[in-house]
Design a protein around this ligand. Structure first.
Ligand code: HEC
Length: 98
């Protein structure tokens, strides 16, 4: 009886962990952890004219992430990998359409 509860709990944890490792989920998680403080809902609390809404070019977004500037900190490869930067860019394009 007890054993089956433990097995079910472990299975649920593994299931949650694998969901987070999907690329789209990673982009969202990183965005919420590192970007949403200045860009809540794709806006921009420091420079309201520079929102993330309607951006389409993921290469430009990853470049901005890596270089920063204009009040935005740079996030280099120590913050997250190129693949993760690309999934953040993907998340922005898909989420903040307007
Ligand atoms: C400390 C606040 C801050 C944080 C944290 C921050 N940004 Fe920014 N971001 C800014 C500011 C300020 C600008 C405007 C920069 C400029 O005018 O060049 C900006 C601009 C941008 C732009 C260009 C918008 C445009 O219209 O061209 C992108 C893309 C962007 N940020 C993405 C991100 C992502 C992705 C993250 C997280 C990895 C992030 N930012 C984290 C402050 C921040």
């Amino acid at each position: 009886m007890k054993k089956s509860i433990i097995v079910a709990t472990v299975a649920a944890c593994v299931g949650m962990m694998s969901a987070v490792s999907f690329a789209a989920e990673t982009g969202e998680a990183i965005f919420k952890a590192k970007c949403a403080s200045c860009h809540p809902d794709g806006g921009n609390i420091i420079k309201p004219s520079e929102t993330l809404k309607g951006l389409k070019d993921t290469k430009k977004i990853t470049k901005k992430i890596r270089k920063g500037g204009g009040g935005m900190p740079a996030f280099d490869a120590k913050s997250f990998s190129d693949a993760d930067a690309a999934s953040v860019a993907d998340y922005i394009v898909k989420t903040f359409k307007k």
